[in-house]
Unconditional design. Sequence first.
Length: 648
Amino acid sequence: DAAMVNTYLMDLYFESAAMILTLITLGKYLEARSKGKTSEAIEKLVDLAPKTAVVERDGEEITIDASEVMAGDIVIVRTGQSVPVDGEIIEGNGSLDESAITGESVPVDKQTGDKVIGATINRSGYFKLRAEKVGEDTALSQIIRLVEEAGASKAPIAKLADKVSGVFVPVVIAIAVIAAAVWLIMGEGFSFALGIGISVLVISCPCALGLATPTAIMVGTGKGAENGILIKSAESLEIAHEVQTVVLDKTGTITEGRPEVTDVISDDENLLKSAAFSVERLSEHPLAQAIVRYTQDSPRMETVDFEQIAGQGISAVADGKKVFAGNAKMMHEHNIDISYYSKRGEALANEGKTVLYFSMDGRLIGLIAVADIVKPTSRQAIAEFEHMGIDVVMLTGDNRRTAEAIRKQLGISRVIAEVLPEDKERELRRISESGKKTAMIGDGINDAPALARADVGIAIGAGTDIAIESADIVLMRSDLLDAVAAIQLSRSVIRNIKQNLFWAFIYNIIGIPIAAGVFYHWLGFRLSPMLGAAAMSLSSVFVVSNALRLKLFRPRYHAACDIDVSNKHKKQQLSEEEKIMKKTMKIEGMSCGHCSARVESALNAIENVSAVVDLENKTANITLTENVDNAVLKKAVTEAGYEVVSIS
């Protein structure tokens, strides 16, 4: 029966089983290759760790395995070598490439007393360090552990996919059985119906559904690690994309975390610096240390009778002259007239700066303003949060005047000052109870309760261990822009997961009806099990490949883009503003420092005016925050007893 032979020859081909297995195996191989690339970040991190270390024992240098270095060992690092462990430099200096750990592209100079991180590279210099953290305690080991744990953890959206798969599998089996039964009832042969049932089962295998989330999570956390953003769990990575309010600590987060000199005002700046250095070097106070750092190149006076006066400042005898350094209260108590600089001092204090007056032999010689300065990227980071539709709130234990000055400087919409650690936690709870997802960014022990209370706690990398332990995301660099990048990464990962889930579902929605033979009578086409196996494998490869696109993630800073795009226009606008906002006044009649101080004082008394007098060139360089008429400027100088030659 030639017809029967032809039928069985075309429909019951036994190589189907072999082809299905071959195509599925090929798909699994491609899938495994793709998934292997998702863990490249961890492999790169592992490769960073140096295999050997040079240590000093019993006065000799010996080379040992890096794993054998013990806490307390003296480790020697030369140019071009990697630092084997975390520790503190006790001798020498170096320029360290920390890009692999912190993402910092520029080498960081390290001196005696500075901390160094294992796996960073010494680009130049020679130093010895005392090992503090070795083996599993090093920063690199903790990074690897965090990335591995985050990749293995499940996000809530992944748990949803698991639940869907739990329903999806029995439903598909039921569809396959029903489809086969329907074709049998419609009079088709058993082999035809069996082929339909197998095709439905093969094409609807939920591999792509199961891969949609974990692959994106693995790539996302690995990409974060490359950029110095350590994500502790998949759940925190997912929640971060929903953040509506960011709460910022001030000290060490928005600001540098240590005071620095910002203004020096004096008729004799060299004398002021020398006196300040000579007396402040004897004090342990952080403000004194800031002044010493700033004035350390100044000549030192012979200093005796140092005394610290609580709540006021310090005093000493320098080169036989009595020196007082402190606040206005100290000056008043010792009958020192500060009216000459009081207006400038008040203006600086209103900017949130701490003003220290200096006197010598009962005469005021100048003032130095000190402040915890704002980090260079903080303003842009806050603007980025606002651009992303995220509210920014600053919480600080500082006084209201300082907090208000920072708020104005950075354009923060809301500031809460003079808060205790428990107040920070309470404020986070209040915002959360209002229905908003919150992120807390901080670095200190006092931030730990708030970090734990927030939906997402983000610890600045320079922060304390307890803050890092309480956080969900750790930024290796003390840069607020990395917090912006972390939220952008979260949004990219969740978008990618949703794309994967959509394609996994839409693929099945389209594929199952075709495999079930719905269009067979109209188009004369049905899906063979072999084609179903190929399509199923390709769907998995597609999902994993889409997840790998996250390797191309780059933070996008719109504020920076706007500046770049309109750079030419901005330069033109700037030059026009400079003509209005800066003026130079030529003055006759000034002959000494007292004269220049009178002119300077007269000009600075005008609202929106900041003036610096150059006695040698007989000029006053004037900066205006708003335009002031030349006649007003001229009148102030004339009334002070001096002649204005020109204003340009």
